[in-house]
Design a protein around this ligand. Structure first.
Ligand code: SF4
Ligand code: SF4
Length: 104
């Protein structure tokens, strides 16, 4: 079990103790976003989204440190996803439930 799954109830909600859970979510690009062209994909509705790798993480995630490689240019949706707020806590809780359910 990951440290997050084991310690969620006692640890504070911090990106530094989170395996970049929100960087597996679908990110719709909006007018005004300025992300590099090679990170852009098109979804089933023809909308521009951030591309993902086969394992589900955003193509812009730096896998060496699990931080955003284009932090200053991250799109609006990512800027609005604030650490410790409801969406963040909900995604962490979902992730924890899945991690626990996969335990042998
Ligand atoms: S914003 Fe929340 S879900 Fe995203 S990396 Fe930080 S703690 Fe994890
Ligand atoms: S652009 Fe950055 S913050 Fe947004 S999902 Fe990708 S890696 Fe995460």
């Amino acid at each position: 079990m990951s440290s997050l799954a084991a310690t969620e109830s006692t640890e504070p909600v911090l990106c530094s103790n989170c395996p970049a859970i929100c960087c597996q979510l679908k990110v719709l690009l909006l007018p005004g976003d300025d992300v590099p062209e090679h990170y852009i994909d098109i979804d089933e509705h023809g909308m521009e989204i951030l591309g993902k790798l086969d394992d589900g993480w955003c193509v812009a995630l730096d896998r060496d440190n699990m931080c955003c490689s284009m932090y200053e240019r991250r799109p609006f949706v990512c800027r609005e996803f604030a650490m410790g707020e409801t969406d963040c806590r909900d995604e962490r809780a979902n992730w924890r439930r899945i991690a626990i359910s996969l335990q042998p």
